[in-house]
Design a binder for this molecule. Structure first.
Ligand code: PRP
Ligand code: MN
Ligand code: MG
Length: 179
C-alpha cells in the first residue's frame, strides 16, 4: 500500500485537528435544531465516524450509498443509489457529510434528490474540495481542506476500492492508476 503513495497531503494529526474545528462550528450552528447527519457511503464512512464524535449536541445519523466512479478514475456522471436513507428527513435540519467534492456531480444529484424530500434545511460538509475539477457549482458550508488536482486516497477514499484504510490523506503515484 505505502509503496503506491506519492506524497502524504494531510497526516492523521492534521485531520484530527481540522475535524475538531469543524465539529465545534457545526455544534454552535445547530444547537437547538433537529440535526440529521447524512453520510455518503462508502467514502465518507471514516470522516463521518470521527466528525460525529466532535459535534457535542444531540443529533441522529443516517446513510446513503451512492457511486459514480465504480472502478474507474473518471466520474461516469451517472449517480447510482445503492442504499437509500432509513428515515424521513422531512422538516429536519440535514447536513450532508461527504469525503471529497471533485466534479460535484455526485453531490449535485444527491442534493436535488434530498431537497425533494422537504427538509427544513440542507447544508454540506465536505472534508476535501478539489475546485480545479468542478463541473457544477456546489456551495460548501463546512469545508476541511482544498486539494490540488491529484488522485487522492486514504481516510475512506479509494482507488478501485483499495486504500480506504490508510489513516492519512495522500496522493497516489500516477503509475498506479495509469497502467
Ligand atoms: C467518490 C467520493 C465522492 C465522489 C466525488 O465516491 O467519495 O462521493 O466520488 O466525486 P464527484 O464530485 O466527481 O462526484 P465514489 O463514487 O467513488 O463512491 P465511494 O464513496 O463508494 O468510493
Ligand atoms: Mn463517495
Ligand atoms: Mg470511490
Amino acid at each position: 500500500m505505502e509503496k503506491d503513495i506519492k506524497e502524504i497531503l494531510f497526516s492523521r494529526e492534521e485531520i484530527e485537528k481540522k475535524i475538531g474545528e469543524l465539529g465545534n462550528k457545526i455544534a454552535d450552528d445547530y444547537r437547538g435544531k433537529d440535526l440529521v447527519l447524512v453520510g455518503v457511503l462508502k467514502g465518507a464512512n471514516v470522516f463521518m465516524s470521527d466528525l460525529m464524535r466532535k459535534i457535542n449536541i444531540p443529533l441522529t445519523i443516517d446513510f446513503m450509498a451512492v457511486t459514480s466512479y465504480g472502478l474507474s478514475t473518471e466520474s461516469s456522471g451517472v449517480v447510482k443509489i445503492l442504499k437509500d436513507l432509513d428515515h424521513s428527513i422531512e422538516d429536519k435540519d440535514v447536513l450532508v457529510v461527504e469525503d471529497i467534492i471533485d466534479t460535484g456531480l455526485t453531490l449535485h444529484y444527491l442534493c436535488e434528490n434530498l431537497l425533494s424530500r422537504k427538509p427544513k434545511s440542507l447544508k454540506i460538509c465536505a472534508l476535501l474540495d478539489k475546485p480545479d475539477r468542478r463541473k457544477i457549482d456546489i456551495p460548501i458550508d463546512y469545508k476541511g481542506f482544498d486539494i490540488p488536482d491529484e488522485f487522492i486516497v486514504g481516510y475512506g477514499i479509494d482507488y478501485a476500492e483499495q486504500y480506504r484504510n490508510l489513516p492519512y490523506i495522500a496522493a497516489l503515484k500516477r503509475e498506479v492508476y495509469e497502467k
